[in-house]
Write a protein that binds this ligand. Structure first.
Ligand code: FES
Ligand SMILES: [Fe+2]
Length: 359
């Protein structure tokens, strides 16, 4: 059901402190905390003694002490103390998980720890780059993670769901170009000679016609970066008002998914009013998505077995991503070795890299 051999965003850096924090990632309960030196730690949130959640305990120096009978565990998950006896049973240990801090996010690997390669963590530098200003949100979606991926890969929903913020009829009127490179699917839409969306026009200080674009780059199975913006008609994208929307999509269980969201912009970066306006507007966008996918999840559960989605041309990226995701799951379930997917990994074929244009 979940790809485990991959990096997922577990938390914002600021969420993990000297107070133990519980989080469930792909049905794996973990407790997050920092050592006195500030190193972030992720351990299984279940005491080896009698399964009490460690997150309900407390930190003693660099160990976490179970709140029930006081077993203590170090950052590597080994038991360091059993208060009621001098010896420590050999099985008194909890799993520890690779955790990597980068640009304000903590990424976790809950699968095979030997495969946790930090070079596979995607580029998120915009969150930490002073040339960009960033607005963030975290939302717990009441739906399976697949629905969020589909949502981000088919942005024609903006025309209907986000009419007051980033939507406009012209979105679904423009076709897409889909590219696959290894486990990265990119869905690109160029909308020449249109007006900027309402939420952006004021903060960008623009009026009139521009070329608008958005390209969703899905790093299957856990992260999307949306390269978006407007530029002068016929001008290169990099000259324009640019937005990078970073989306860490982390399954909790079959019905819940964490959505870690960062919206970085290269315009009006010192304007607090613009940041405030975007904070409010983007919260609305996320609430609209969350409510839509909550309703869609109900529809999915009510749908009889054997009734399937009816995909259209605009779903070309959705279809390709689903194929990669099911390949990743099959590979993992078969227990086959190999790199857990990165751009240009060996399973990407020349045919998959060819762009597909959908008018
Ligand atoms: S359950 Fe943790 S010490 Fe007993
Ligand atoms: Fe949306």
């Amino acid at each position: 059901m979940y790809v485990l051999n991959t990096w997922y965003v577990a938390a914002w850096s600021t969420e993990v402190t000297r107070e133990p924090t519980r989080r469930v990632i792909c049905e794996v309960p973990v407790v997050l905390f920092r050592t006195r030196a500030g190193k972030p730690v992720a351990l299984a949130d279940r005491c080896a003694h009698r399964a009490f959640p460690l997150s309900a305990g407390r930190l003693v120096y660099d160990s976490i002490e179970c709140g029930y009978h006081g077993f203590a565990y170090g950052p590597d998950g080994a038991c360091t103390r059993v208060p009621a006896q001098p010896s420590i049973p050999t099985r008194a240990r909890v799993s520890s998980y690779a955790l990597h801090e980068k640009d304000g996010w903590l990424w976790i690997w809950v699968g095979d720890q030997d495969q946790a390669d930090v070079s596979l963590i995607p580029d998120t530098h915009w969150m930490a780059d002073p040339a960009w200003a960033t607005v963030t949100h975290t939302v717990l979606f009441e739906c399976r993670h697949d629905l969020i991926h589909d949502n981000l890969l088919d942005l024609t929903h903006e025309s209907f769901l986000h009419q007051t913020t980033v939507g406009d009829d012209y979105i679904y009127e423009h076709g897409i170009t889909v590219e696959v490179d290894g486990d990265v699917v990119t869905v690109d839409r160029l909308m020449p000679g249109v007006e900027a969306p309402p939420l952006y026009a004021r903060t960008m200080g623009t009026e009139g016609r521009y070329d608008r674009f958005h390209a969703t780059e899905f790093h299957v199975p856990s992260y999307h970066v949306l390269h978006s913006g407007i530029t002068g008609e016929g001008r290169p994208r990099e000259e324009g008002y640019l937005i990078k929307v970073l989306n860490g999509i982390t399954p909790v269980d079959a019905d819940h998914t964490w959505y870690f969201y960062a919206f970085s912009r290269n315009f009006a970066i010192e304007a607090d009013w613009a940041t405030k306006e975007l904070e409010v507007g983007l919260a609305t966008v996320l609430e609209e998505d969350a409510e839509a996918l909550r309703l869609q999840e109900i529809g999915m559960k009510e749908r009889p077995a054997g009734e399937h989605d009816v995909l259209i041309g605009q779903d070309a990226g959705v279809a390709k991503a689903r194929r990669i995701l099911s390949q990743r799951l099959a590979r993992e379930n078969a227990g086959s070795p190999g790199s857990p997917g990165s751009p240009g990994s060996p399973d990407s074929t020349a045919a998959e890299r060819r762009p597909v244009t959908v008018a």
